[in-house]
Design a protein around this ligand. Structure first.
Ligand code: C2E
Ligand code: MG
Ligand code: MG
Ligand code: MG
Length: 284
């Protein structure tokens, strides 16, 4: 064992730690080539109106079909991409792909896209969003950018400016994973969010934990006084839905309504024809 020598402490050699670091480095490299080889794919999870049950939009969620490692989840590869800085490039691909996909839908449903901290901090980001909107022809009002507390906590002033810039393009801003940070509440007052997404850890506990129920309830009360709509994430059961309906949460997302699925599986929803206008009858 290596000997500790005060501030110049030598790290113990640990084979398992070494392996984990090597694995991360390999994945970080695989990611770059994987993007070029088309290994990344978006899945789409529906977001529903709590009261009518209608689908109001979809969240785009990134998937990686790694050539030899089965199912590397975002919880594993996103942090690696963040550490290497590759998330900026990967995130640009996600945004373009999601906007292109949504622009092709017959129904003008909204599309929510996750934005990483480094993307939001990149001074080129608002310009990129503007370019992609123009290039894909997506109505900016249909684009919802999901940001987290870590994305805005480092530099409040700059984040506020960026958010205002993005909103001036017509995009909407949602606060993701609400309740998991240290200062979620003050964030709500300081930033002009268009939506709050309550994290699924609180939704999961509404029926069993008085604390979770209290957090969800108080968030809904505060949001309603600020006139910000709330979406609850991770809705899995009847109990969840009933609680959220009673408490006035307007939107829900979770396995109860549907898991994230490839684009081919949402075609029926995004292209469903609600009425029969003459121009559509002609095509049929
Ligand atoms: P998130 O943005 O909070 O996305 C919601 C996550 O909860 C998704 O996990 C989704 O599959 C999962 N989920 C939805 N409903 C349920 C449910 O009823 N029960 C359970 N147990 N889980 C549910 P996923 O797809 O594994 O993504 C995890 C996280 O990875 C996302 O959390 C987001 O932070 C990040 N992520 C995913 N795609 C992207 C991306 O394109 N860019 C960035 N920056 N981050 C992404
Ligand atoms: Mg999200
Ligand atoms: Mg979330
Ligand atoms: Mg999350």
């Amino acid at each position: 064992r290596a000997k500790e020598t005060g501030s110049n402490a030598v790290c113990f050699y640990d084979a398992s730690m070494d392996r984990a670091v090597r694995e991360r480095n390999v994945l970080a490299m695989d990611m770059r080539s994987g993007l070029l080889r088309g290994e990344f794919q978006l899945h789409y999870q529906r977001q529903n109106d709590t009261f009518t049950g209608a689908v109001v939009g979809f969240e785009a969620l990134l998937r990686w079909n790694h050539p030899y490692r089965e199912n590397v989840p975002p919880s594993e590869f996103i942090p690696i991409a963040e550490r290497s800085g590759f998330i900026v490039e990967l995130g640009e691909w996600v945004l373009r792909e999601a906007c292109r996909e949504a622009a092709s839908w017959r129904n003008p449903l909204s599309i929510a896209v996750n934005v990483a901290t480094q993307q939001l901090a990149d001074p080129r980001f608002p310009g990129l969003v503007q370019d992609i909107l123009q290039e894909t022809g997506l109505d900016p009002a249909r684009l919802e950018l999901e940001i987290t507390e870590t994305g805005i906590i480092a530099d409040h002033q700059r984040a506020l400016q960026t958010i205002r810039h993005l909103k001036s393009l017509g995009a909407r801003i949602a606060m993701d994973d609400y309740g998991t940070g240290y200062s979620s509440l003050s964030m709500l007052l300081a930033f002009p969010f268009d939506k709050i997404k309550i994290d699924r850890q609180f939704v999961d506990g509404v029926a069993t934990s008085a604390q979770s129920a209290a957090i969800v309830r108080s968030t809904l009360i505060l949001a309603s006084s600020l006139e910000i709509p709330v979406l609850a994430e991770g809705v899995e059961t009847d109990e969840h839905v009933n609680f959220l309906r009673e408490e006035g949460c307007v939107q829900v997302q979770g396995y109860f309504y549907g898991k994230p699925v490839p684009r081919t599986e949402i075609e029926a929803i995004v292209n469903a024809v609600a009425d029969h206008r003459p121009d559509q009858a002609k095509v049929a």
